[in-house]
Structure formats: C-alpha cells, structure tokens
Design a protein around this ligand. Sequence first.
Ligand code: MSP
Length: 468
Amino acid sequence: MNKKKFFVTTPIYYINDVPHIGHAYATFAADILARYHRQIGDEVFFLTGTDENSQKTVQAARKSGKDIVVYTEELATKWQSTWKRLGISNDDFIRTTQQRHKSLVEEIFEKIDKNGDLYKGKYEGLYCVGHEAFLKEDDLDEGLCPDHKTKPDHITEQNYFFKLSKYQKTLLEHFEKNPDFVKPRERYNEVLNFIKSGLQDISVTRETQKWGIPAPNDPTQVIYVWFDALINYISANPSKWPTDLHIIGKDILRFHAVIWPAMLISAGYELPKEIFAHGFFAIDGQKISKSLGNTIDPLKIADEYGVDALRYFLFKEFPFGNDGDFSFDRLKEVYNADLANGLGNLVARVAKLCETANLRFPIRPTNSKIVFDKKYQIAVENLKFQEALNLIWQKTTKADQLIDKTKPWELIKKDIHKTARVLAQLVDEIRVINTHLTPFLPETSEKIRRQFAGPKIKSEPPLFPRKI
Ligand code: MSP
C-alpha cells in the first residue's frame, strides 16, 4: 500500500534578528503535525527555513558591521541551532540564498513572463522595509507605519509588474470551490472579501537594490523579496509539491492566499491544499515583534522550564488561530497545575505503586498498532491543539480518579490479584495517554515510554519539578 504523504511548511523567517517566541509558535505547530503524521505512518516532509534576500538583512548586516555573506551564514546557523535545541523535527531547511532556490525563482519568473503576466511600469509609492511591502497613505498613522513606527520610504522606480488583477476571477472560483482553502473560517472570509474588492497588479522587482536575486530578463532589477520567498515552498524539493498545509501568521495571509496562488496558476503549478493562519500573541498585553524590541527568547524559557513545558503552554493557553497573551505568571501557574501536579504527579504515583507492588507487567510490543482517540485525531488534524490537549488531560484526571477510588496502597494488603489488575489497568492508561502526548511533548513522552516499557516499572525523578 502506498503511504499517504503529508507536506507541511512554516513561514521562512527573516534573519535580521534571532528567533523569538512568535516564530517558535508556528514552528512548534508544524512540528506537532509532522510528529502526529509520522506516528500514523504517513510519509512526512516538514519544511522550514530562512528568508534572506530582504532589505532587512542588508540593514542588519550593516548595523552589525559584518560582511553581509558572513552575517547571513551566522544568522542562518543560529536559526538552525535554535530549532535543533527546541527539538524541531524538520526534514529540510531552505535558505533563499541557496542555489537550488535561486534557480527555481528564475525559472518561475521566466514562466510567468512567457505567460504574458509581467510588464514594465512606473511605480511610485510608500515602501515599508519592516513589512517588505508597499503601504497606502490611508494605512499610515501620523505619517508612520502603524506596526513598525517608522517612516516609509517614498519610492519612484521603473519596475516589473505582475498581472495579479488578471487572476481575480480564477481565485474567486477557487475559493468558492474550496471552502477549506484558508482556515480558520474568519480568515477565509477576510481574504475572499479582499479578492472581491478588486485586485491590483503588484510590482515584483526593485530597481534601486542590489541584494537579492537578479531578474533574469533584466539584471538591473532584483526580484521583490516576497515573490522570491514564497517559491521556497517548491524550491526546497520540487518533487514534494503541492503542500498539504502552509502554517502562517495572520499578518502574512494575503501574500499566501492571494499573490502566491496567482503566481502558481500563472506558472502552471498546483495550488497548496490548505493555508492555516494563526493568531498573534502579546506579552503582558503588549504587542511583541522584533522591530519593537520587546521579544522573548524561547531558548531562555526552554532552559528554565524545558521545551515541552513551553510547547504545552503555547498550545494549551488559547486556541491556535486566536490572538492570545503570554505572561510569565501564567506560564508558572499552568506549569505547576497541569504538568508538575497533573501529568507529572500521575506518572509518579503510578510508577511508585508499581515499584512497591514489585509486579511484572506485560511488555508493550514495539510494533503494536497505535490506537488514537477519534476525537483527538479530529482535533489534531484540524489544528485544534487546545482541544486535543484537553482531551488528554481528561484522561489523566480519570486515571487519578481510578487510583483514588481503588486505593491500591490499601488493596495490596488484602488482595494481591485485584491489585495487580488495577495496576495493569493504570499502566495501560499511562501508555495510552503517552501515545497521545507524543506529538505535543516529545521529550516527556520518550521518558514515559522508557519508564513504562515493562516488565519492571520503577520510580524516576519527577518529570516536571514544581516551581516556586
Ligand atoms: N519572511 C516572512 C515570511 C515569508 S514566508 C514565504 C516573514 N518573516 S517573519 O520572520 O517576520 O515572521 C514569520 C512569522 O512569525 C509570521 O508568520 C508571523 O505571523 C510570525 N510572528 C511574528 N510575531 C508574532 C507574534 N507576536 N505572535 C505570533 N506569531 C508571530 O514574515
């Protein structure tokens, strides 16, 4: 039987700074799905990478006083090592300065050109480097970009334009035929309304810039960074295309759900199957972004609480897709309640009871078929991570109740056979819980798997030591 394939992507990240917790969010989400799909036996391709041909890279390199090539190498390495430290199981890492990427960008640019979808024109407008996008006068707040608080550059250039307007009707049809093309529903409606309001052609080259991929038909121009960046999803490994799922933040939805599909149709590629836009989180009520300088380093939290605690908190605290707030007080509270007490305590209790009873438990065969709770599967497959975690924690509560009801520490003095049955049931439940934990808490799940592999089960140091 042919394996089902599952190809998932994260956005590729700008390298003007190191990863912050907002970037870790999408990357963890993709990792959860990749691990889940591997568990059910799918052939997974999980792609992430760095978006390097941006003006932000030029500015950041200049600020650091380093040569730009040295700077990009250093930052790309930093991003890769961060994902490694955070246990991200990506199958490839694409950098847009790599040859495999440049070649395909040129090829697609030429295909779109041959298809009659590029023309030269004059562009005059306001450009925000923070967004790497043009802004309208109406978007500004007292002359400044409302997100980056910087004054946009006034640009007058001869550029190549992409006939986005030509694809309005085709895109509308695609949206109407594929109600799950963009999720959640409100984001789908938002994009649909945007397309209905009328699409304008967009400038896809820059005349005054040097850093980037030269336009093949006119080397005096470099290709617009978004036009280049989106192509990473194919250039990493063309044989994997189309992707099953692009995970992105809601701020970059139009690029992915409007411009990207139009480029693909023009160049003759299939469209992505689904685009999911997650929400933004703030820190203690304040917007976080590297441009504003109030970022949280995910590595610091991982060092203090462990990677799994961070993963748990980010997906348990609010639904993926909604906006939320990050607070260190809440992190500690949730850690102590759900991880130190909830899961950690249950595992410790059952292990201790087994150790005291000194019984032998059946070894779980390594090739045994994985059985998931159906509701959990539906939740995970629909990126309802909070719901999936709640289902697991309901199971831990039930297991705790079983211990309280049967009181194995008393039972053992009266009836060893009955005790053995109760403990076997508890061990089985821990194993079931653990199967469901694997995509979310991979490190913890590996520890539990080893501890409960049988035949002898022993106490181990606490999985999540309490924080005071
Ligand atoms: N390079 C582009 C993406 C190109 S994809 C072909 C880019 N990079 S980014 O580094 O600025 O941002 C990457 C992602 O991080 C975006 O999806 C964005 O939504 C996400 N986040 C940045 N700040 C965030 C929060 N505060 N909260 C949640 N996600 C956030 O855009």
